[in-house]
Design a protein around this ligand. Structure first.
Ligand SMILES: Nc1ncnc2c1ncn2[C@@H]1O[C@H](COP(=O)(O)OP(=O)(O)OP(=O)(O)O)[C@@H](O)[C@H]1O
Ligand SMILES: [Mg+2]
Length: 265
């Protein structure tokens, strides 16, 4: 298979056990997960609290070590992919709380150009500034010079999340793992930030792993859905198929818990 045809990520029998003060000494984060996330695809990871969504996202970006099973990135073992400098540029994670990613002491301009400096993208000075400005504007911070000298505390939550998205976008990624990226935001700005995320795929072909506990958001954004429950993959398929004709009782329960007007079918 050509690398262009290979899935971004694939897992086989992936398991993560955490060391914990329980009778068995461990807590299962994930058990026996087989999943495929394709290039340019928005794959939703849907499930309740503690279902293993963050654990899966962190494992794919290399922040969490698998206990069992295999993970591949574009056909090569994740351990080998992680050793390449380009992985940190290609695959990035966006967290629920943008403060987790931003440095409170550095300006927006400094933070978006920092990654370009680290990865030596473009020439220092004007070219890197132009790339950062373009990324900020594509993330909806227009005109970029209005935000360039701001520190994170001078921005709203939605604007901070846009800065995080811009810093990721500036590096030309293949894949973004977005862990509840709009859950902490005011409802009024959620749909705008979701629109920016959608455009990352339509304009740049970037694949998104969209982690959410919100069925409505999954429906609005995702091509396919993987439903997790207690560390297990209970269902995976095209979003419409999963939500209109759920096979797993857990997915049916998630749908039944939604407010009536949002339900489909
Ligand atoms: N560092 C850790 N040490 C021990 N157990 C952990 C750790 N991180 C997660 N877990 C456990 O692993 C399981 C999966 O957690 P995870 O955070 O991946 O779930 P989640 O679906 O992201 O939940 P939420 O929706 O609350 O963010 C849970 O039982 C959790 O308590
Ligand atoms: Mg989580």
């Amino acid at each position: 298979m050509l690398s262009a045809d290979r899935p971004l990520f694939e897992t086989h029998g992936l398991g993560v056990e955490y060391v914990a003060r329980t009778a068995s000494g461990t807590v299962t984060g994930l058990a026996d997960i087989d999943i495929q996330w394709n290039k340019g695809e928005i794959l939703g990871l849907l499930g309740g609290s503690g279902s293993g969504k963050t654990t899966l996202g962190r494992t794919l970006v290399g922040l969490q070590q698998p206990t069992t099973g295999d993970v591949t990135y574009q056909g090569q073992p994740l351990s080998r992919a992680l050793a390449a400098r380009s992985f940190r540029r290609d695959v990035q994670m966006i967290f629920q709380d943008p403060y987790q990613s931003l440095n409170p002491r550095r300006t927006v301009g400094q933070q978006v150009t920092e990654g370009l400096d680290i990865h030596r993208i473009g020439t220092p000075g004007l070219e890197r500034t132009a790339l950062a400005v373009a990324a900020l504007e594509q993330s909806g911070l227009t005109p970029a010079d209005r935000y360039w000298h701001c520190h994170p505390h001078q921005l709203s939550g939605g604007q901070r999340q846009r800065v995080v998205i811009a810093a990721a976008l500036a590096l030309g990624p293949q894949a973004l793992v977005c862990d509840e990226p709009v859950s902490a935001l005011d409802v009024s700005v959620r749909s705008q930030v979701l629109q920016v995320l959608k455009q990352l795929r339509s304009d740049h072909g970037i694949g998104l792993l969209f982690i959410t506990h919100d069925v409505g958001l999954a429906w609005a954004l995702c091509d396919r859905l993987a439903v997790l429950h207690q560390g297990q993959l209970v269902e995976c398929g095209a979003t419409e198929a999963v939500l209109k004709d759920p096979q797993a009782s857990y997915t049916r329960a998630l749908l039944a818990a939604m407010p009536r007007p949002l339900r489909h079918g």
